[in-house]
Design a protein around this ligand. Sequence first.
Ligand code: ADP
Ligand code: MG
Length: 692
Amino acid sequence: MNANAPCSGPFDSFGSHVFSIRTMRDYLSERAYQSLLSTIQQQMPLDPSIADEVADAMKNWAIRHGATHYTHWFQPLTGNTAEKQDAFLSPTQDGAMITTFSAKELSQGEADGSSLPSGGLRATFEARGYTAWDPTSPAFIKTSSGVSVLCIPTIFCGYHGEALDKKTPLLRSHAALSKQLTRLGKIFGDPCDHTPCATLGAEQEYFLVRKEHYYARPDLIQTGRTLFGRRPPRHQQMEDHYYGKTPPDVLAFMHDVDCELWRLGVPAKTRHNEVSPGQFELAPVFETQNLAVDHNMIVMQVLRETADRHGFACLLHEKPFDGVNGSGKHNNWSITGTDGKNWLSPGSNPHDNLKFLTMLTAIIKGVDTFADLLRATIATAGNELRLGANEAPPTIICIFLGDQLTDILAQMTREGTATRTKDAGRISLGLAALPNLPRDATDRNRTSPLAFTGNKFEFRAVGSSQSCATPNVILNAITTWAVDEIATELEAKLAADKKRTLEQLLDDLLAQTLRNHQRILFDGDNYSHAWREEAARRGLGRLTSIPDAIAAFTAPDALKMLLKYEIFSERELHSRCEIYTEIYNKSVHIEAAVTRDLLRSHIGPAALRYAAELRAAALPAPPIARHTALVTDLAADLYTAAETLDAALDARDLPAQQRAMTTARKTVDHLEALMPHDRYPFPTYADMFFAL
Ligand code: ADP
Ligand code: MG
């Protein structure tokens, strides 16, 4: 077979709904095409003289694909995407219409976004918000229920240019990182023929439940998670779901998801069952960071919409079910340098790979110095329930490196330089017919929040429903800062000491830096109690509450660093803290209110009816009499729990609300175990887990 044979079937339509570089070539004049290409690839400003042609081409292409409307598609601080659709339509004098789409409509929009969160950046009387086209992420056509809309990825900012979205700081942090990496490339004498960039592959975990179950659970509808539900005797303990055979109708769903994503140019690659029953994962091929963040927003939307068409509901919440695994978003992050190569790729002799060791040391320094800031990026109500339970990493930020790199760094800190790389060796199976398998240089450590995995860092603590933007902003920012520090020191040393080579100076600098920051390295079991104690001794993981973690965004050192690289202004950062805290408070408050309401509207009445039934039967056998008394007591407890919630809600006391929810849940789950299945008012975990 010809290896280059054109692909067929669903692959044919890869990118068909994207106004990609390939599409532009067909729709634009050579001059406009070349100009737009340099805007995209070298991040040059868009030449105003071609803007009308680009807009017209985009409109014609979109209309040909059935689109009637366009929208500026942006990512406000709600964490979702936002849009306002306009038709490509202008009425004419004679009562007809023509299709129009001007350069101005393409490149800038004015959204009266006063109802989107601004965290005090704008009062409602100064409501103007602006969207502006980000040409580095291509426009695409989104189709749902047969309705097609041209989506133009944009940033969203206020009247005075303050960022009101997640994309603007991401682009700023990326530019800052790129600048420092270019500087490092120059020190190393690298060819500078590439603009350095960060890359991202965001693995997405999710749950599916049947739609009829979803609609029978007001807690799922209103909060995205189950507020009650007893873990059934059989759940994930047989370890047979992970990588198990995907049920046929789930596979059909996954196939549709992949096909739609491929049309949208999202390189969806891997699909499999996850650990909990009803839990699955989708992983894409990595891309440049900005595009990958946009694509992950698209992935979440396509998962939800496709699930609906297949009779499922897709749950993206971090902890939809208590007592089994939650869902994360493994944020695989790496660096492509000025030579176009992955600078986090250790090569076969990492001890000799100075650029790799410099990058690794910089990241260690950055993560150790700004661990609290990284912790802040994953501080959400959903993640609070997930992290530290059922195989999700705890909130203590630290780095896993694996044996080989740990050994190299130990040589550097002990001996000032590394001279050898431990051979990972081969795995012998003792089977004559099978070759020995090469062993990876690092094993996996599923317990670590930030693990080095071969040629990238995997930030595993990101929540499944989160936008990847903020975690990546901070990964970029702390690396920018650390590379800047190292480059500045190196340049000074190179200028002052002409006798010593770059290698010698680097050896000293890296060894010293590693000595200062090695407390952030931990390869052991992050779930263990011993690590919690050890981490506390090392001064790590102090931020346990979500409000405290969010406040780390504006801690003096963090603020200074983020201001220095112009990633955020002080007002922007403060407003973000306010918004994230507000979102957290509202999430908990809503959950507490839904819990209270369901106690009185569903569970309480069901329990009372059942208790009355038991008492009416008045069966004298002692176990039944005991059962009747217990059900009656628990039913009363439900109403006590509702009153406690009333008080906590009135007082707006979040910790009290959380405690009251826990108590209420215990009572409800106990009752669930005692009630006949047909009297319990909701589908149970067993119903939902095993109905796929
Ligand atoms: P692992 O087995 O360690 O999970 P995979 O090769 O399966 O690694 O990749 C997991 C995710 O990491 C995928 O989404 C993949 O695209 C992404 N990834 C691989 N290389 C890079 C890189 N250089 N930068 C960012 N993400 C990457
Ligand atoms: Mg992985």
